[in-house]
Design a protein around this ligand. Structure first.
Ligand code: FAD
Ligand code: FES
Length: 290
């Protein structure tokens, strides 16, 4: 069993954060029509065994000759041999990754940012709310919680996808549902004949749930509008603003607080986030053009 960490103890190229290290793609898992999970192994054995991340952190993933994109780490933080990135192929870098195969090399810088503050949530109920690709940074959190299940109260995962075939990690979702260590509520925006679960937005799922707001810590990651509606709904249910954590997306360049690209009000998403408590961003949360 791993100890749940507050901060990653070792950073890849800690002294030279702008220099990527090479990693080899060892496996590619199809998730949906436009999303795959890439299992990677850092080439340098010393860096590989030293690499640690906390759930919710991200790497800058570099395609040689093309560019970099910020991508959350989606694998088990207890696995020191391999790490994974779940990537939706939307733009220049991610489409270049879609053309890669097992054995090809990527560059990695990271892990960067602050992840989910697990240690502040010990002894409390945990509600995780994910939409679409937002389940990727929540998956390491699930692994960490399940590895230390006795440290938490009730654990609930709510996950919304566009359609049944867009849901990530389908085998794991089924396993998590079956093993009974957490409650799982999954909904889709558009149904098909084989789907017998709820249809609708993920915020509808919250209405089905009775939470104990004074004992519940919430982790939210999804599209911007989902993040806002879920946050406002949970605040109305009286979840404490300092126990409501949201992972934000921003355009990134340096990843380490130097270039200003990811500025969010007075903060930088790369270095102060990507996970923020609502309390710390309440002045700017929900405002456009921030
Ligand atoms: C902290 C953090 C963690 C992230 N984690 C992940 C992750 O785990 N997996 C993942 O796939 N992405 C993740 N992203 C998002 C990813 O960094 C962006 O989608 C990035 O722009 C992709 O780079 P690109 O060069 O392929 O696309 P770009 O060339 O930057 O984008 C090309 C075009 O695609 C559009 N576009 C970009 N993103 C989207 C989108 N999501 N939907 C529709 N159109 C879009 C842009 O508007 C642009 O017009 C994360 C971002 C942040 C900040
Ligand atoms: S990406 Fe450069 S400051 Fe955040």
């Amino acid at each position: 069993m791993i100890a749940v960490q507050d901060r990653a103890s070792v950073v890849c190229h800690d002294s030279r954060p702008m220099v990527p290290v090479t990693a080899t793609i060892v496996e590619i898992q199809e998730e949906s029509s436009n999303t795959r999970t890439y299992v990677l192994q850092i080439d340098d054995p010393a860096l590989r065994s030293a690499y640690r991340f906390e759930p919710g952190q991200f790497n800058m993933v570099y395609v040689f000759g093309v560019g970099e994109a910020a991508i959350s780490i989606s694998s088990d933080p207890a696995n020191n041999e391999y790490l994974a990135h779940t990537i939706r192929h939307v733009g220049s870098v991610t489409r270049a990754i879609a053309r890669m195969k097992v054995g090809d090399k990527l560059g990695l810088r990271g892990p960067f940012g602050h992840g989910w503050p697990i240690s502040r949530c010990r002894g409390r109920d945990i509600l995780m709310v994910a939409g679409g690709i937002g389940l990727a940074p929540i998956r390491p959190l699930i692994y960490a919680i399940l590895a230390n299940r006795g440290q938490f109260g009730r654990v609930v995962l709510m996950y919304g996808g566009r359609s049944p075939s867009d849901l990530l990690y389908q085998k794991e979702l089924a396993a998590w549902r079956d093993d009974g260590q957490m409650d799982l509520l999954v909904s889709v925006d558009y149904s098909i004949a084989q789907w017998d679960g709820p249809v609708g937005v993920v915020t509808d799922l919250i209405k089905r749930l009775r939470i104990r707001p004074d004992r519940t810590s919430v982790m939210v990651c999804g599209p911007r509008m989902m993040n806002r509606h879920v946050t406002w709904q949970l605040l109305r249910l009286r979840v404490a603003p300092d126990q409501l954590f949201i992972s934000l997306e921003r355009n990134m360049r340096c990843g380490v607080g130097r270039c200003g690209h990811c500025q969010y009000g007075p903060k930088f998403v790369c270095k102060d986030g990507p996970v923020f408590s609502y309390e710390s961003i309440r002045e700017v949360f929900g405002k456009e053009e921030i």
